[in-house]
Design a binder for this molecule. Structure first.
Ligand code: AMP
Length: 476
């Protein structure tokens, strides 16, 4: 998610920022640009580079723009759900992009539908627009504040009307959002600081949890805090997996935290071995830290194909582990006859690691030890990370030894919660760690029954929409 204000090339810069943020979502991409009297929007399925061409960006002229790459956690992957969403209400046109996931959107939606609202998407984000439209407040920021006071869960937002950009972080600050400056002082907002680097902007600060920053009209910039204060609970998984290692997130350099996770892991769970091999790319920084601390040689024993997209052609006679082989290949000359430590950031369903261990054994490894840089993932995320339901989270129902057996490793060890806190340099309670503890900082108000009803709505949308592949279909 990104926004640029007061710049003649706003949509071009947002395009570049989204390019740097592509890792945060690959389902759809979109930009909405305002020129003082209107807002134009282009959204499409797929990657930023596929959706936008120079001609399409030219159509998005205007001095401010917001953009989004989607990674769906609520609502199917369809064009209708692509963001920024846009609508016109009595205050004029407004476009909105959302990172995070609301935990009471379905109950709000049911109430709104009951009262006559017509929804165009199945995403949780649309609820915010409906609440803004219904608000009696005269300004967009007051209406937005009123709307957001009714929703709960995780939201970092960028919003645009004809003249302004508004950036908001929810009171718990689940998802990141930062402010930067372009040469010339024009403000830019992005989910991660790596987006600033690409457009020569300088990181200024993170938006504070609960902050609403209003940029414009003109050079006006002001912040206010329209929500009741809450305990901050930024998502620790941003450090483990989600953010890019070259970003500063929640005040820390992500790559450094990941290396520290590897160091802590080696302190807790070192093992006699000949070679540390990262699972690329997600396991690389932690593996570097692990190897350094354990004093075991490090090398890229698995090579990743960076051009993996959709594979339409599969051999008729199935090749074993085709899904993972197309992405990763072991380097036999490094692995054969060695005792290998495989380091990855996280283990979710465990299916990927099961295939990797198998591949590494086939390449001649003498022993395979698996080390995971975060604690066992035992509970689903409701705040914007696409973890599967509890029954698919293997660590929720299996012991570490059962899991070791399932993935076929000689040993398996996870980071402890305390080790993770030490690596991040924080005390217990400062971050959301619900995926490891089931301790949810905001209660999930939408029950299972509501979620089931929503899936039916999703299916009806799916009939008429272009759809992109789900993560499982994509990853094989
Ligand atoms: P699996 O255990 O087979 O479900 O997959 C674990 C792998 O998926 C690890 O290599 C992680 O880097 C990666 N991973 C973890 N969480 C996510 C997520 N929310 N979205 C996409 N990939 C993820």
């Amino acid at each position: 998610m990104a926004a640029v204000h007061r710049h003649p090339e706003a949509s071009n810069l947002v395009y570049l920022a989204l390019y740097a943020l592509q890792h945060r979502g690959q389902e759809s991409a979109g930009i909405a640009a305002g020129n003082g009297s209107r807002i134009r929007r282009r959204v499409g399925m797929g990657h930023v580079a596929d959706v936008f061409t120079p001609e399409r960006l030219d159509e998005l002229s205007g001095a401010h723009a917001i953009g989004h790459v989607r990674y769906g956690t609520a609502g199917v992957s369809t064009l209708e759900n692509a963001q920024p969403l846009r609508m016109t209400h009595r205050r004029g046109p407004v476009a909105l992009a959302h990172n995070g996931n609301l935990v009471n959107a379905l109950s709000l939606r049911e109430r709104l539908v009951e009262e006559g609202s017509i929804f165009r998407t199945s995403s949780d984000t649309e609820v915010i627009l409906h609440l803004v439209a219904r608000s009696r407040q005269s300004t967009l920021e007051d209406a937005l504040a009123e709307a957001l006071n009714q929703v709960s869960g995780a939201y970092s937002l960028v919003v645009a009307d004809e003249a302004r950009v508004i950036a908001v972080r929810d009171p718990h600050g689940f998802r990141p959002l930062s402010l930067g400056r372009l040469p010339g002082g024009m403000p830019v907002v992005a989910s991660e600081s790596c987006a600033f680097d690409l457009i020569d902007a300088v990181f200024e600060r993170d938006l504070a949890p609960g902050e609403m920053l209003v940029l414009g009209p003109g050079e006006e910039e002001r912040s206010f805090f329209p929500f009741a204060p809450a305990d901050p609970s930024p998502c620790i998984f941003e450090y483990v997996y989600f953010s890019r290692p070259d970003s500063y997130v929640f005040g820390r350099p992500v790559g450094e935290v990941r290396r520290a996770l590897g160091i802590e892991l080696a302190r807790e769970h070192s093992v006699e071995a000949d070679l540390v091999v990262p699972v690329p790319d997600s396991g690389v920084p932690a593996a570097i830290g692990f190897a350094r601390e354990a004093e075991i040689p490090f090398d890229f024993g698995l090579v990743r194909n960076h051009y993996v997209g959709r594979t339409f052609i599969e051999p008729a006679q199935s090749i074993r582990h085709f899904g993972v082989k197309i992405k990763l290949n072991p380097v036999r000359s490094l692995i054969a006859g060695r005792r290998v430590v495989l380091v990855d950031d996280s283990l979710v369903r465990g299916t990927t690691m099961n295939k990797i261990v198998n591949m590494v054994r086939q390449a001649g490894a003498k022993e395979v030890h698996v080390r995971i840089s975060c604690p066992p993932t035992i509970s689903p995320c409701y705040y914007g990370v696409d973890t599967p339901s509890r029954d698919e989270l293997r660590a929720a129902s299996s012991s570490v030894d059962e899991l070791r057996n399932y993935i076929g490793a000689d040993s398996l060890a996870y980071q402890s919660l305390d080790g993770m806190y030490r690596a991040v340099g924080t005390e217990h309670g400062e971050f959301c760690v619900a995926c490891y503890t089931e301790d949810y900082p905001v209660p999930i108000s939408d029950g299972a029954e509501l979620r089931k009803r929503m899936r039916l709505i999703d299916e009806s949308l799916e009939d008429i929409s272009e759809r992109s592949l789900s993560r499982e279909e994509r990853d094989g």
